[in-house]
Every structure is written in C-alpha cells, then in structure tokens.
Write a protein that binds this ligand. Structure first.
Ligand SMILES: [Mn+2]
Length: 187
C-alpha cells in the first residue's frame, strides 16, 4: 500500500525507537532512586520534555536531542561504552552522552561545574538534555534527603539554569518555575 510519509518536522520516530531499545536493554533491572519504578521512566520523562521543546523550537536537530535524551545516563550508569554509542548512534550522539556523564575521578563538588563546561562545548541540543534532566529531577525530594542536600540540589539547579538557559526558552522557563516551587521543600 502506497502511503505518503508523514513525520515530525525535526526528528524521526525510528530514531526514537532505536535509542529507546538500546536504553531499555542497557538499564535493564535498574530502578529509580528510592523506588520500585523502572529507570526507563526517568528516560521517558526527560525525552518528553525535550520533545515538547522541539515542537516549539523547531530549528534544533531533534534527532540529536532525542537520542542524547534517551541515552544520557548509559555511560554513567551502565556498562555501555563511548565506543559502543559511537558505533551504533554516531559520533555526535556519543560526544553528547559523554559530556552529560559526570567525571567520577573528580571530587564530588567539582563534578557539576566540570560537566557544565563540557556540555557548553557541545551543540545546544545537548544543553537542552541537561535542562530536561534537571526539570525531571526537581520533583519532591526523597524523604531520606537532609535539608542540606535539598538546599544544595536546588542551588545546583540554579547553576544549571544560569549556564544553559540560552539553549531553550521553553525548557529554561519550565526549570525556573520548578526551582521556585522547590523552595517549598526547604524548611
Ligand atoms: Mn538523568
């Protein structure tokens, strides 16, 4: 049956499915922190934020943004390697995922600044993924977090916002609102 192809403007469904299959296998068995919910939920939420931004900010390379959104934690949290991502998804996706990976050889308090510097050397689509990641993570903190940890997490959110806000008006305004709302968790 001959059918006219209809696709989203700046990304393809096939690309999304391929990345999601990879992430589902790589993160198999992992759960979201402090819960029984599969980790894939986090990747779903991050990619939904990115897709929402792409529907408005259509000048972006949506395939790059979506692949990096879905794969952003594979190098950091699974045994997937940079080389593997490069072979399967290409060099720009692998470079993006690597920039989104914390350098655990650094002291913990230096890791965010270092990662933000490396993200800023990447295309804006990678910045969008980091904004979307923090939007997704700025939900009610787990009940075992200390006040100190909650305050630091909010401050890190501000640091991410300040560094990357230019990548997406949509995501930056979502993040700004969540940073404001997060004050409610500080007693
Ligand atoms: Mn993440």
């Amino acid at each position: 049956m001959e059918r006219h192809q209809i696709s989203p403007i700046n990304w393809s469904q096939e690309t999304y499915i391929k990345a999601l299959n990879k992430a589902a296998r790589a993160h198999q068995g992992q759960k979201m922190a402090g819960s029984e919910i599969p980790y894939l939920m986090h990747l779903n939420l991050v990619s939904r934020e990115v897709i929402a931004a792409l529907s408005i900010e259509t000048e972006n390379d949506g395939n790059l943004a979506i692949q990096c959104a879905i794969l952003h934690d594979t190098i950091e949290d699974t045994n997937t390697t940079f080389e593997e991502i490069k072979t399967e998804f290409g060099e720009s996706v692998a470079n993006g995922v690597l920039a989104l990976t914390k350098d655990e050889s650094l002291a913990k308090h230096l890791q965010m600044t270092d990662s933000l510097q490396r993200i800023k050397e990447q295309p804006r689509e990678i910045w969008m993924v980091k904004l979307a990641d923090r939007i997704t993570n700025l939900q009610a903190p787990p009940n075992y977090w200390t006040q100190d940890k909650i305050i630091r997490y909010r401050e890190e959110g501000i640091q991410i916002y300040e560094a990357l806000q230019d990548a997406s008006l949509f995501l930056a305004s979502r993040l700004a609102k969540l940073i404001e709302d997060y004050k409610a968790f500080i007693k």
